[in-house]
Write a protein that binds this ligand. Structure first.
Ligand code: HEC
Length: 193
């Protein structure tokens, strides 16, 4: 029998005078009427059962089951497995960045997006030495789990899109910190025109 039921019946009778008061209270408060709801024909976890051959009411977990809270992390590829950077990946990253990050971090990544201009705590600028040298998997973890005032985006931005965003974030960083030597020699002339 469900242990909560004792408050409404059997349990209170064991406590003589005080129990009598409880029983009276319970009756006045309509507790008796709730018995039918509390005493539903259901099986509680760990309760024995004759329904299944193994005598347990609980079903064994399907192989590979993970808690929902761990599911997102376990979908993440092992560290260092960022996909090769292609134009397609960058474009996807740019699009996703516009949707999910620019509102706070700004289109240029300096941390002054519209939401910040309207009062949200200032988002980090990507153009600092620390974040330029932060490894990709650190950025991946920040997107997945959030960071201090930044909410987590693991539940809404898929694993591949997180890598795409990171590659675009790197392009943004480079756009503010490029050296002439980053440009292939044969195209430098075009730059200076
Ligand atoms: C709702 C606003 C908001 C959005 C959207 C947002 N961020 Fe942030 N982000 C912040 C804030 C605020 C901080 C600074 C956190 C702090 O220092 O308290 C931050 C910090 C960061 C940092 C720096 C962490 C560090 O070590 O300093 C990175 C990297 C980052 N965000 C990446 C992203 C990416 C990529 C996205 C898009 C997927 C994104 N953020 C979306 C608000 C946001």
């Amino acid at each position: 029998m469900n242990s909560r039921l004792q408050f409404c019946g059997g349990g209170s009778r064991r406590h003589t005078r005080f129990g009598g008061w409880l029983l009276a209270l319970a009756t006045v408060s309509g507790c008796e009427g709730r018995d039918a709801m509390l005493d539903q024909p259901k099986l509680l976890p760990m309760e024995p059962s004759e329904v299944f051959l193994d005598g347990s009411s609980m079903r064994p977990l399907v192989a590979g089951t993970v808690p929902r809270s761990g599911a997102i992390q376990s979908l993440a590829p092992p560290l260092g497995s960022a996909p090769p950077v292609t134009m397609e990946l960058l474009r996807r990253g740019q699009e996703r960045f516009m949707i999910f990050c620019s509102v706070c971090h700004g289109l240029d990544g300096y941390g002054e997006g519209m939401v910040v201009q309207r009062g949200f705590p200032r988002a980090a600028s990507y153009h600092t030495e620390r974040l330029r040298s932060a490894p990709d998997d650190y950025l991946f973890a920040v997107i997945t789990s959030g960071y201090q005032n930044m909410p987590a985006y693991g539940a809404v931005v898929g694993v591949e899109d997180r890598w795409a965003i990171i590659s675009y974030l790197r392009a943004l960083q480079l756009s503010q910190n490029a050296q002439i030597t980053d440009v292939p020699e044969e195209t430098r002339g075009q730059l200076l025109e």
